[in-house]
Design a protein around this ligand. Structure first.
Ligand code: ATP
Length: 534
């Protein structure tokens, strides 16, 4: 069990992380130290790949969820939400294909006894070759200077084209093997690519086996097979089985969407990388029902719309990329991932899938109920096609916090930790700080709190020096610190009824009238502004 470093380091002990691995470790320990994320049931040494969100984590998570929810349901008149139960009739999972096909190919290294996902081993090998290409291009760019044409170089340089050919060969072999369910061939690819176990360094691999990722449990007091039910491995099926309920009661006309956020459970083979791959996690999914034949148009629309949502968070565009699936899932006719550059490399953050009419048709077949839409314009009924957008809330949380976390050296040589979160998502929006704990300053600060608290989560803090209090707020990403000093309460001062407001990122301070505070804070932390930019 991985234990997370919990010691609070002093400024002098603290160091700027030297590499991405160290940075990632610091992000994990920072998340715990400030009440964002704790290992589950930690007093019993934790539970592998299960985490709890602490007092600040729950706020950040709620804000991300709210931003996603509003961007779906407020900005699209034809999208409504539901909240389906986690438990579903077991036939749901037969119809969806999860009982037969929700498998990951696993392989063990006989020397280290470590278990891996065979597909991940191959994908990581391919990424390494891609990395070599990027290095070649970087070197050439330095050599040729401004006249360098990366596209041309990629197409003509013999070493790069050789690497590219290798990637294509591996991908094609892998795709054919998976499509044919040929696990011996998947193993052979691992052998032929000379992939070694990162722990033992050996190539002593077992056979590849399929492993079903669903958790099962018993319903009621019956313990026979008939009582077996599953914890949902995705939220999407709750939407499909409610398709007609929502369409009829909401009088929805195609195209329309159903959005849902909620927990999903997967018995992941290799669960590591903190909250990136958990056994219990939260998804934010939207299924968009369209007329058959128009799904590619909807697919292109949702790719663009979702990327726009990500861009609105203010993270650099270079941190995102699309990745088209090499092997399409059994239900899809087009699929891609939005990948994000986490501290451990580019990985899937969100999936966009054109799921055809597979799910609805299969539920029709298994339930014997019609799941069709009557199109009044064409006077005919059909099973709609579906385009899905599916993002992991926890992965989005990790993307945000890992980009936001900085350790900065200040002019006086001291070091500060800061979370440069988008202001509208920050857990605490403003901290109200009386300079000293006397002379009527706490009372004035509480008065300000009492105005702001109805709109925003604010902290009141009167302990320690003002500098220490600023650092605490920087470390949790609070965009504003509002300081009440003697002039604020001195009726003879020109600064009577004004406070200083300190900005997290620039650390600049300005003096503003207390009655302007609400407006100033609102302007910067409003989710409305971000939604309007979409
Ligand atoms: P991966 O290839 O990383 O296992 P996936 O392709 O199985 O992911 P989907 O089934 O497309 O994932 O699920 C949609 C989204 O749910 C993913 O993009 C991801 O953000 C999130 N997700 C999936 N599995 C997990 C997990 N174990 N922990 C946290 N988030 C997850």
């Amino acid at each position: 069990m991985k234990t997370i470093q919990s010691k609070v380091m002093t400024a002098t002990e603290k160091q700027i992380p030297v590499n991405k691995e160290e940075l990632f470790k610091n992000i994990i320990s920072h998340s715990k130290e400030y009440g964002f994320i704790f290992p589950s049931s930690e007093i019993y040494d934790g539970l592998s790949a299960v985490y709890d969100y602490g007092q600040l984590g729950v706020e950040l998570k709620k804000n991300i969820r709210e931003y996603w929810w509003k961007s779906m349901t407020l900005l699209h008149e034809n999208i409504v939400g539901i909240d389906a139960a986690i438990f579903m009739h077991p036939t749901t999972w037969k119809a969806s294909g999860h009982i037969d096909a929700f498998n990951d190919p696993l392989i063990d290294n006989k020397d280290s006894k470590k278990r891996y996902r065979a597909d991940v081993l191959i994908e990581e090998h391919v990424s390494k070759i891609e990395g070599k290409i990027e290095k070649e291009i970087e070197k050439a760019a330095k050599r040729f200077g401004e006249s360098f044409d990366p596209k041309m170089y990629r197409e003509t340089n013999p070493r790069v084209t050789e690497y590219q050919k290798k990637i294509e060969q591996i991908n094609n072999r892998f795709k054919t093997a998976l499509n044919a369910g040929d696990l011996a061939e998947v193993r052979q690819i691992i052998i032929d690519c000379e992939i070694v176990c990162p722990v033992s360094g050996s190539r002593n691999w077992t056979d590849v086996r399929q492993f079903n990722l669903m958790f099962s449990t018993q319903m009621g007091s019956v313990s026979e097979d008939s009582g077996t039910i599953y914890l949902r491995p995705e939220t999407a099926q709750g939407i499909f089985v409610n398709f007609l309920n929502v369409q009829k009661t909401g009088r929805m006309k195609i195209p329309f969407g159903i959005a849902q956020t909620g927990k999903a459970f997967r018995n992941e083979i290799v669960a590591r990388q903190f909250i990136f791959r958990m056994r219990e996690f939260e998804q934010m999914e939207m299924q968009y029902f369209v007329k058959p034949g128009s799904e590619m148009q909807a697919y292109a629309f949702w790719k663009e719309t979702r990327m726009k949502w990500h861009r609105s968070l203010g993270l650099p565009e270079t941190k995102y990329r699309f990745h088209d699936h090499v092997k399409l899932a059994h239900y899809a006719n087009a699929a891609c991932d939005i990948e994000f550059e986490f501290p451990f490399g580019f990985k899937e953050l969100e999936g966009i899938h054109s799921r055809t009419d597979f799910d609805l048709k299969s539920h029709e077949a298994h339930s014997g109920k019609k799941l069709q839409y009557f199109d009044p314009e064409q006077n005919l009924s059909y099973v709609p096609y579906v385009v899905e957008t599916s993002i992991g809330l926890d992965r989005m949380f990790l993307a945000l916090i890992s980009h936001a976390y900085r350790t900065e050296t200040l002019e006086d040589g001291s070091i500060r930790d800061v979370l440069n979160l988008p202001a509208f998502l920050a857990p605490v929006k403003a901290a109200v700080l009386p300079l000293v704990r006397k002379d009527g300053l706490p009372e004035k600060a509480l008065e300000i709190m009492n105005v702001l608290k109805f709109d925003h989560l604010c902290h009141y803090d009167e302990k320690d020096s003002i500098g220490k209090r600023y650092r605490r707020q920087d470390a949790i990403g609070t965009p504003f610190c509002i300081t009440v000093d003697h002039e604020t309460v001195d009726a003879s001062s020109a600064n009577f009824n004004t406070v200083t407001i300190r900005h997290r990122d620039t650390m600049k301070q300005e003096r503003v009238a207390t009655d302007k505070l609400q407006e100033i804070v609102e302007e910067k932390v409003s989710m409305k502004k971000a939604l309007k930019s979409l």
